[in-house]
Design a protein around this ligand. Structure first.
Ligand code: TAP
Length: 487
């Protein structure tokens, strides 16, 4: 399989064919590391969306009738193909989105694992038998697919997020129209190539690339759309929810986070420092689960702060393909400007800059979108740094006098995705587990996602609809039929 060339054009994938957009236009994808061209994707139109929707609609009956075990087999094949091409795909990911190669390879490996997990779903149970009070009857549930599912994904995990939506969608019997984020659509195109090579029947999986406000909108309006799963910004997510509600279809949203880490007085400080740096600066902070507020009890505040700064100074920033680089650039010029804007605002509002705060300069950095690992202190709960999702390498340190205050501060946000605590106190752990308003609760571990076999999602403004990943994904991608059969 031809997985990578230096500069290539990814076509739309519709009804098992790689086709150019009706517009005849392409969009250039630029590396945030050095502004080199990574490739081109189609600038699609309403007509392309229509073709993809028609193909998915025509394919849905047969795909469902094929049965779950047979559908699982295709995912096994796709997993093997992805695994064989893991390195070149990870390289494209690093070039296009900027994250360090080790992280990119980790993401592709995770994609393989997710595919195998859902391939195994092919032979797991499809429903339940429920005792009926009528001894001559059989009462049972069966799962049915939604039909055509729209998948709209962001640029920060262009391999793992499309896979963790498409794999359950497909195994549970849905057909898919994927609209990947434009900024990393070359990489996602490589993933779709793996599915295509697995020999899926015509129309089961379709990909259309191009501007979200044009083709995403067309997808949402399309009469054949039966469900939509979206990961991205809060604004677009709310729009998706409104459109889906108007159409009366199911929707699933994964949006932002403002994830707190509490460092209690009895914490293992070295462990907490490492976890905070990983959580805040890996992927250049461009993760919905990134650590952004670090709430530290005063008894250990100075000690923790010193160690954190000392270790943060050792972080190597650069082109993610260079060996030893730990943190890459921001994923785009937009993102770079947005993060610098938040830093400026933090200074204006009176937070104290302890480390970083600037764009990196010099021959290695001038062509890319690099920002220094940045740490602020003196961040109060009403400041922008404590309230808005930054999606960049910025930590807000917040000092509190006790555990109760820490929990209150951690919950003082509209978001509720991931939260961590570092402590050895069992009572505090139990209380944290109950009181914290997040979907992901982590103890002595960085704020982060979870293994693919466990549910992923948030509370409050972070998520809507059923959880993603693991068995929980079934709740969104299927609907229950309750069947009563009388002798
Ligand atoms: P968005 O601008 O929301 O883009 C996400 C996807 O939606 C992209 O594919 C985009 O297409 C598409 N889109 C844009 N406008 C649309 C519209 N009107 N109708 C339908 N689709 C539309 O976000 P982003 O820039 O990719 O990611 C950054 C934000 O997403 C952050 O705020 C972060 O919190 C959030 N995020 C959350 C998570 C999770 S797991 N909760 C993960 C990643 C990111 P284009 O690329 O063509 O614009």
């Amino acid at each position: 399989m031809q997985i990578i060339t230096k500069e290539e054009t990814i076509k739309n994938f519709i009804n098992n064919q790689w086709v150019e957009s009706a517009s005849g236009k392409v969009i250039k994808s630029i590396s945030p590391a050095d502004r080199q061209v990574v490739g081109y994707v189609q600038s699609s139109t309403k007509d392309d969306v229509d073709s993809a929707m028609n193909a998915a609609h025509s394919a849905k009956k047969e795909w469902w009738r094929m049965g779950q075990p047979a559908r699982g087999e295709f995912l096994y094949k796709a997993a093997n193909i992805l695994e064989q091409n893991a390195k070149p795909i990870a390289e494209t990911l690093t070039k296009e989105m900027g994250k360090a190669y080790s992280e990119a390879l980790g993401e592709v490996t995770r994609g393989v694992q997710i595919l195998r997990y859902y391939a195994n779903e092919g032979v797991r149970k499809e429903g339940d038998v429920i005792p009926s009070s009528d001894k001559d009857a059989l009462l049972l549930t069966k799962r049915a697919p939604l039909g055509v599912v729209g998948v709209i994904t962001p640029w920060n995990f262009p391999v793992a997020i499309p896979i963790w939506k498409m794999a359950p969608a497909l195994v549970y019997g849905n057909t898919v129209v994927l609209k990947p984020a434009t900024e990393s659509a070359v990489t996602t195109g490589k993933v779709v190539e793996c599915f295509a090579k697995a020999g899926l029947p015509d129309g089961v999986l379709n990909m259309v690339t191009g501007s979200g406000s044009v083709i995403g909108q067309e997808m949402l309006q399309h009469p054949f759309l039966n469900g939509i799963t979206f990961t991205g910004s809060e604004n677009v997510g709310k729009h998706v929810a409104r459109m889906a509600a108007e159409k009366g279809i199911k929707f699933q949203l994964e949006l932002g986070g403002k994830n707190p880490v509490i460092v209690a007085e009895d914490a293992n400080i070295d462990q907490a420092v490492d976890a905070v740096l990983n959580g805040a600066f890996r992927s250049t902070g461009q993760k919905c689960t990134a650590t952004s507020r670090v709430i530290v009890e005063s008894g250990i505040y100075d000690q923790f702060k010193e160690k954190l700064i000392e270790k943060a100074k050792t972080i190597t920033v650069g082109n993610g393909l260079t060996e030893g680089v730990w943190m890459g650039p921001c994923a785009s010029e937009n993102q770079f400007n947005s993060v610098l804007g938040f830093i400026e605002k933090g200074i204006e509002e009176g937070a104290a800059l302890l480390l970083g705060g600037k764009a990196l300069t010099g021959p290695e950095y001038d062509q890319g979108f690099y920002i220094e690992p940045t740490i602020f202190e003196g961040v109060s709960p009403e400041m922008t740094l404590a309230r808005e999702e930054i999606f960049g390498p910025v930590i807000a340190l917040m000092e509190v006098s006790n555990f109760e205050e820490a929990i209150e501060m951690a919950n003082d946000t509209k978001y509720g995705l991931s939260a961590s605590i570092f402590t050895k106190d069992l009572n505090h752990i139990m209380e944290f587990m109950d009181e914290i308003e997040t979907g992901l609760v982590r103890v002595n571990a960085e704020s982060a996602g979870v293994e693919y076999q466990a549910p992923f999602g948030g509370m409050k403004s972070s998520s809507s609809g059923a959880r993603e990943q693991g068995e929980a994904a079934k709740e969104f991608f299927t609907q229950i039929k309750t069947v009563f059969i009388k002798k």
